[in-house]
Design a protein around this ligand. Structure first.
Ligand code: ADP
Ligand code: MG
Length: 348
C-alpha cells in the first residue's frame, strides 16, 4: 500500500500530537505553520515555515500531500478554500468558517434546538447601552479568540468607559452563566451515523484557561446522556469528518448549555492518549485519512493537568514520576506566562 502523506496546518502542541498519532499509523506528516519556532517541527516528518497567504508555498505544500487537515480554527478561510481546490481538506473549510465565527456558531447550535448562553451581536458601543439584561456578561470578539483572548467581562454599563474596547472589531455579548461545572465531549465522526464518542470530561478553568481535566466527570446520568446526544447532533448536523470537541457549561440548577465547538482535537482530550485504546488524535487521523474505525474502549480513569508557564520547570529537572504518570513537554522555545508548555496525565 502506498504511504499516505497528511498535511497539517498549524504547528502547536496539537499538531505535534497529531503527528505522533499519524506516525503510529505509518502516515507521513508535513506541517505548515507561520511560526518559525513551531514546536510541532520536532515531531513531524517535514516542516514548512511560511505565512498562510503565501500562495506559492501553499501550492507547493498541497502538491506534496494527499490530504489536508488543521490543528487550530483560526486559519484564514481563503487559505483552506484554496487548498481544498487542490486536495481534500477535512474538516471542510465551510464548517471551519461557521465555527470560527461565534455568532454563526451559536445561531447554528440554536437551530438544532440545543441550548446556548443568551447572546447578542454588538457592532458598536451604543449597542451595549440598552443591554442591561445581558449583564453581568462577557463581551467576546466574534472571531480569533482562544484561551480567553479577546474577552471582556462586563459587570455594569459604567465599566464600558474604562475597558478601552476596540470597537473596530465585531463582538457578541454573552450573559454570564452561574457555573457549577464545565464539561466537554469529544467525538470523532467517520461518516453518516458512524462515530466514536468519548465520555464527558470534567474541566476546570482559571482565568479562562483550562487547567485540569478528569474522567469520569462528576455529573448526573441525565447530563451524561444529554451532553453526548448534543455532541452527536452537532457532529451529524455539520456532516463533520474528524475529531471535534463540544464545550459545555452546567449551571447551578443543573441546566446544560453548549459553550462552544472546537472543530479540532482539544486540550481537554489529551488524557485520551493514555486512558483509551484509541486517542482523539489517532481517531482524527483515522477519520480524515479514511482508515478503519475501531470501537472505543476506556482503559483507565484519568486526570490531566496543564503545565502553564514556569510550571513546566520542575518537570524538566527530572522529577520522578510514578509509572501511572505521563509527562508531555511540548518543547516550546520560550516559557511565557499563560503559555501552555506541557501536560501531565495521571491514570487512576
Ligand atoms: P475561548 O474561545 O477563549 O476558549 P470561551 O468562550 O470558551 O472562549 O471562554 C473561556 C472560558 O471562560 C470558559 O471555559 C468559561 O470558563 C469562561 N466563560 C466564557 N463565557 C462564559 C459565560 N457566558 N458564562 C460563564 N463563564 C464563561
Ligand atoms: Mg473555550
Amino acid at each position: 500500500m502506498l504511504k499516505i502523506t497528511l498535511g497539517i496546518l498549524g504547528g502547536g502542541q496539537l499538531g505535534s500530537m497529531l503527528s505522533v498519532a499519524a506516525k503510529k499509523l505509518n502516515i507521513k506528516t508535513i506541517i505548515y505553520c507561520d511560526d518559525k519556532h513551531a514546536p510541532a517541527q520536532n515531531f513531524c516528518d517535514e516542516f514548512v515555515f511560511a505565512s498562510y497567504d503565501n500562495k506559492e508555498k501553499i501550492y507547493d505544500f498541497a502538491k506534496k500531500v494527499d490530504i489536508i487537515t488543521y490543528e487550530f480554527e483560526n486559519i484564514p478561510f481563503e487559505t483552506l478554500n484554496e487548498l481544498n481546490k487542490l486536495k481534500n481538506v477535512l474538516p471542510k473549510p465551510s464548517i471551519n468558517r461557521l465555527i470560527q465565527h461565534r455568532l454563526a456558531e451559536k445561531d447554528f447550535i440554536n437551530k438544532l434546538n440545543i441550548r446556548t448562553t443568551r447572546y447578542v451581536h454588538v457592532e458598536n458601543k451604543e449597542d451595549i447601552l440598552p443591554l442591561e439584561d445581558f449583564l453581568p456578561g462577557i463581551l467576546k470578539t466574534t472571531t480569533m479568540g482562544y484561551d480567553g483572548k479577546g474577552q471582556y467581562p462586563i459587570k455594569n454599563i459604567n465599566q464600558l468607559e474604562t475597558l478601552n474596547i476596540d470597537f473596530n472589531k465585531e463582538y457578541i455579548l454573552e450573559k454570564l452563566v452561574k457555573l457549577k461545572k464545565e464539561i466537554s465531549v469529544i467525538i470523532t465522526r467517520f461518516n453518516n451515523n458512524k462515530y466514536e464518542i468519548y465520555e464527558p470530561i470534567e474541566n476546570t478553568h482559571n482565568e479562562q484557561i483550562l487547567r485540569h481535566s478528569k474522567i469520569p466527570a462528576e455529573i448526573s446520568e441525565k447530563l451524561f446522556i444529554q451532553s453526548k446526544e448534543w455532541a452527536i447532533l452537532i457532529a451529524e448536523g455539520l456532516k463533520y469528518i474528524g475529531t471535534l470537541c463540544v464545550e459545555f457549561f452546567i449551571d447551578r440548577n443543573d441546566n446544560l448549555y453548549v459553550n462552544e465547538i472546537a472543530p479540532r482535537v482539544h486540550n481537554s482530550g489529551h488524557l485520551t492518549i493514555n486512558a483509551f485504546n484509541v486517542s482523539q488524535f489517532e481517531n482524527h487521523v483515522r477519520a480524515v485519512c479514511s482508515l478503519e474505525q475501531i470501537p472505543l474502549k476506556k482503559l483507565y480513569n484519568a486526570e490531566m493537568i496543564n503545565l502553564i508557564g514556569d510550571q513546566i520547570i520542575p518537570y524538566r529537572d527530572n522529577i520522578k514520576l510514578n509509572n501511572n504518570q505521563f509527562l508531555f513537554d511540548y518543547l516550546k522555545k520560550d516559557i511565557k506566562e499563560k503559555r501552555k508548555m506541557g501536560h501531565l496525565t495521571t491514570l487512576k
